[in-house]
Design a binder for this molecule. Structure first.
Ligand code: MG
Length: 378
């Protein structure tokens, strides 16, 4: 099989958000996001199969014409991170995902079955994105729970971290005991006016959250502070999670060896180095150390194919307890982040999202909303 043509498809019109989006991880002085635009790769082959991937800015699309899309491992090794951080930053993930889509279509199987399936349903958590007052947050999470979610993630990033704890207390009071509360301190992000925690603060806040039966605390310290993270992880029952900015699979080794992360969080798209191959390898690496994986999944324009690829790869491993699902109405909803999908992903009564059963990624884009902005062919 050979790649004969690659198109970049882009939204004809931006998706306007109902209210401006002030995401907690962007810092208090960042300009709010008011719209976003979808962008995808459409990869054609000489056998008539067509694969789709998110546009991750791969530098040499023209150079892929004539390549065999079956050689996913070779592409991962030579054009993505492989074993070497030095090869990072080339944005190959979107192409790698399109290659898996083609492979699945060639085999007549959804990707999770091609990989060797573990399950057909994946538990997801509603990843909220904003800082709101305790009462408002509690009502918001109650509403999310009514929609079927059995888990939700809150943002911790108020100027006084004890105000963050108050928000978690308010939510704990209104949800069932078995509802999973996850929290993200986003201490690996930067932004003007951003508040950073010292090791001591992180330790004290972690203790308070542990007492509130929080399932995991994400990024209480920057990922480089392996010693500080390991100290916190050793001192609480709650899991310590992190690693959405970790450049390659192999950069997780030290965190796992030294006990800095109980849960690792690579992303199929973010940074462009993982794709399905890299996240699956990360899951296997974590399993070797008896640890878990809860992949980061980007919200916004990368969500449709990011969640599709993540569902498939996590349905093929046994150490993923829950998966990120950006949901924060009225901003992050099926009408906004999944507008371009003919059938949006929806959470069902048990808090799970069914893994698509169609061949490849098993999703269909509404190409009426998209236009070809660039194309390459042999
Ligand atoms: Mg995070």
């Amino acid at each position: 099989m050979k790649i004969t043509r690659i198109e970049v498809l882009h939204s004809k019109e931006p998706t306007i958000l109902p209210i401006p989006w002030r995401a907690a991880w962007r810092g208090p002085k960042a300009t709010p996001i008011t719209s976003f635009e979808f962008s995808f790769y459409k990869v054609y082959t000489d056998e008539g199969l067509v694969g789709y991937g998110p546009n991750t800015g791969y530098a040499d699309l023209g150079g892929l014409i004539g390549a065999d899309p079956c050689y996913v491992e070779a592409f991962f090794d030579q054009h993505m991170s492989g074993r070497r951080s030095g090869n990072s930053g080339r944005g190959g993930a979107g192409i790698e995902i399109a290659m898996w889509d083609i492979l699945g279509k060639a085999a007549g199987l959804p990707i999770h079955k091609l990989l060797g399936a573990m399950t057909d349903r994946v538990l997801v958590y509603a990843a909220t994105s904003r800082l709101m007052e305790p009462e408002e947050t509690a009502e918001h999470i109650e509403h999310i729970a009514e929609l079927g979610f059995r888990a939700a993630k809150l943002r911790l990033h108020r100027p006084d971290p004890w105000d963050d704890v108050e928000v978690v207390e308010a939510v704990r009071d209104v949800v069932d005991d078995d509802f999973m509360i996850l929290v993200d301190a986003n201490q690996n992000n930067v932004g003007e006016g951003y508040t950073f925690w010292s090791r001591r603060t992180a330790q004290r806040i972690a203790q308070a959250l542990d007492d509130l039966d929080v399932y995991y605390l994400e990024e209480p310290l920057p990922r480089q502070d392996i010693e500080g993270l390991a100290d916190i992880a050793a001192s609480v029952d709650m899991f310590i999670a992190g690693g959405e900015h970790t450049p390659t699979v192999y950069d997780f080794c030290e965190h796992l060896q030294r006990g800095a992360y109980d849960i690792i969080q690579p992303d199929v798209i973010l940074g462009g180095n993982y794709g399905i191959t890299g996240v699956r390898r990360a899951a296997i690496l974590a399993d070797y150390y008896g640890r878990l994986i809860v992949p980061h999944v980007m919200s916004g324009a990368h969500f449709p194919l990011g969640i599709a690829a993540s569902l498939h790869v996590m349905a093929s491993v046994e150490n993923c307890p829950v998966l990120e699902f950006g949901f924060d109405p009225p901003i992050l909803t099926a009408e906004t982040t999944q507008k371009v999908l003919k059938t949006p992903f929806m959470v069902e009564e048990d808090g799970c999202v069914p893994v698509p059963q169609g061949a490849g990624l098993g999703v269909e884009l509404d190409e009426e909303q998209l236009e070809v902005v660039t194309s390459f062919e042999g």
